[in-house]
Each structure stands twice: as C-alpha cells, then as structure tokens.
Design a binder for this molecule. Structure first.
Ligand code: SF4
Length: 353
C-alpha cells in the first residue's frame, strides 16, 4: 500500500493517441458515410495511487474515453498500457486475464445492478468468474467487502431495490473491489445520488484509495467535487483533452480558454470572492463530434479565437512542468523567423503548399 507522499512515481496507465470513432451508416446497404469522433487523439498518463479527474460537458467523450481504456469498446487507434501491458489490441483471452486488475464503478447504481440477484450474488459474481474460492471462502470475502464499503452483513440476502441510492452505489463499489483491482474508472459515480449522499460516497472512495493503494480515473461534470478528490485534472472538449494540470494549478490559474470558461461558472463558497466572480459566457452550441470544426475544435466558441485557430489544430504540449494544454495562445515563437510553428503551418496552408 502507498501513502499519499509515496504516490506519483510510477505510471500505471499510459494512453497515447487514443481514438474511438463510431461509424455513421446510411442507405439500404448501410454504407459508411462518416464517423462520430467520440475520442480523438487523446494522450495522458495516470500515476500509481493518484486520482486523475476527467471533466467536461455532457457528450464531450469522457465516459467513452473511460470505457475504451477498459476495453469495453475496441479502440479505432492508439495505445492503452495498464501496468506495462498493451491492451489496445489484446485478444479476449488476454483481456479476461487482465479484467481483475481494472474495474469500473458506473453512474447509475440502479441500472448497473441486476434486480433479480441478491447483494451477495452481485458482489460474489466476479469471484465466480475469476477465482476458485470454496463456498465458505467466497462468503467470507463477500462479508469482508461489505464491511469495507460500510454495508451491514445482515443485508447480504436482500435485493437492490431494498436499498437507497447511496447504498446501491456501495454495492457497486464492493463488486468492483472483489478481485483486488489496481485501477478503477469511476464514471460519474455520484451524479445519480442526492447531494447529501454524494460526499459520503466520495469519502468512501478516498478512504478505500488510502487503504488499498487504488488508482482512479474519476469522470465527472461536477467541478467542485473533482477539486475535492483529484490530484490532477484533465479537461475534455469535443473528444480531445484541451488542458491537463495539477489540481491547484488548474483551479487557481486555468490556461486554456475553455477551462477558464468552465471554471468561471463554478460558484465560490467565499461571498466576497463570489461577488467579484466574472462569468465567461460561451456563445453557440458544442459542434457535433460527427463534424468537428477545422483547426482548433473550440474555435467556434472561443472568446480569444485568432485566424490561425480556424486552420491549424494546436498541439497538446507541455507549457510548464506538469502543465499541458492545446492552444495557439501559448505557442513558442521561432526567433529566426519570428513565427510560431503553427503560423508557419498556416502560411503553408494559405500558400497551398
Ligand atoms: Fe481559442 Fe485558438 Fe486557443 Fe483554440 S487555439 S482555444 S480557438 S485561442
């Protein structure tokens, strides 16, 4: 088990150039006429024992990103390495062996639990699939998991509908923990819960992380909760990561115009700061991932858009140690020519080279 000070030295999850395109078909022969680019060239790492928050508006591709990392979908392109093992092209046998190390906690505990199974059967299902425990050993393990997530053992033979939303999410977390995973994708785990219960579930996830040395990808649209739980935060817009930074750096000094707009909408608990808060209102709708704009994918809504943004896709690069963003505002100039690499590219496009 790692304590917080020891965390962050080893990359457990390495994502490079990940793409997940869903084909659009039309006509009686269902021929392909395009792609929905749900995840489009995404790269990031998650260090052992850390929580990486993944935030963005609904439909930006964050849940798809989490699912493709766990190979619930077959990626279109790119590399997924978890604990040194390449998963992007792993066959079903290899994936089955790796399943115990990587698990998911779903958004809607009601929908993700089989209503016809008892709590013991739900939590014990992964053990049936992946272990050879005797009946008594399995029951011991189920009780141990129920204790770990704060569920009363006496409820092991009850059904999901007999529990509250928060308790159902605890059942989902116990099931995810059954095989001692290293990495858990938490996909909006508190979005379907009452506000009063949300903090309890987040505290449970933090407590389990400390005790078991877990690594989380915490997907959420709730920026206040991500600020509470995440060590680093990645911001996603229209299938791409636009900024990634340590939590405090990102919340104190967001660099990408989209992150600035997102954070300007978060209310401040301090009334004095709240009265001075200036909200950045974005105009226009989020473009369709089936037809993203040319150049920077935020160019149709960005308050700081420049000519270059409509033509050249800004590279996602490290601007300061540990801080990454994709924006032409932060391009280095090439001192000999007095132009950035992106400006050179724009000139080439304009000259038709
Ligand atoms: Fe805005 Fe241009 Fe930066 Fe995109 S590259 S976020 S359009 S300034």
């Amino acid at each position: 088990m790692l304590d917080r000070a020891e965390r962050g030295h080893r990359k457990l999850v390495e994502i490079k150039g990940l793409k997940m395109y869903f084909p659009i078909t039309a006509g009686i022969f269902r021929s392909k006429v395009g792609d929905v680019k749900a995840v489009d060239d995404v790269s990031f790492d998650i260090y052992e024992g850390e929580t990486l928050g993944l935030v963005g508006e609904s439909g930006c591709g964050k849940s798809t990103c989490g699912r493709v990392i766990l190979r619930l979908y077959d990626p279109t392109d790119g590399s997924i390495r978890i604990d040194g093992v390449e998963l992007s092209d792993a066959d079903s046998g290899t994936l089955r062996k790796l399943r115990p190390t990587m698990q998911m906690v779903f958004q809607d505990p009601q929908a993700s639990l089989n209503p016809r199974m008892t709590v013991a059967a739900i939590i014990g299902e992964p053990l049936d699939e992946h272990s050879r425990l005797s009946k008594a050993e399995k029951l011991d393990r189920i009780y141990e998991l129920m204790d770990a997530v704060g569920l009363n053992r006496n409820f092991a033979n009850r059904y999901p509908h007999e529990f509250s939303g928060g308790q159902r999410q605890r059942i989902g977390i116990a099931r995810a923990l059954a095989l001692n995973p290293k990495f858990i994708v938490c996909d909006e785990p508190i979005a379907a819960l009452d506000v009063s219960i949300q903090a309890q579930v987040v505290n449970l996830l933090e407590d389990l992380q400390d005790r078991l040395g877990l690594t989380y990808l915490f997907i959420s649209h709730d920026l206040s909760m991500v600020r509470h739980i995440a060590d680093r935060v990645a911001v996603m817009y229209l299938g791409r990561i636009v900024e990634l930074a340590p939590r405090d750096a990102l919340y104190d000094r967001p660099m990408h115009p989209y992150t600035q707009a997102l954070l300007s909408a978060v209310p401040e608990p301090d009334p004095e700061i709240e009265t001075e808060r200036k909200r950045i209102i974005l105009t226009g709708d989020v473009p369709s991932p089936a037809n993203p704009p040319k150049g920077c994918n935020f160019c149709t809504r960005c308050p700081k858009v420049m000519e270059i943004c409509h033509n050249v896709n800004p590279p996602f690069r490290e601007l300061e140690p540990g801080r990454f963003a994709a924006c032409h505002l932060y391009e280095d100039t090439d001192t000999t020519a007095g132009k950035t690499a992106a400006q050179e590219e724009l000139t080439s496009i304009q000259q038709g080279v």
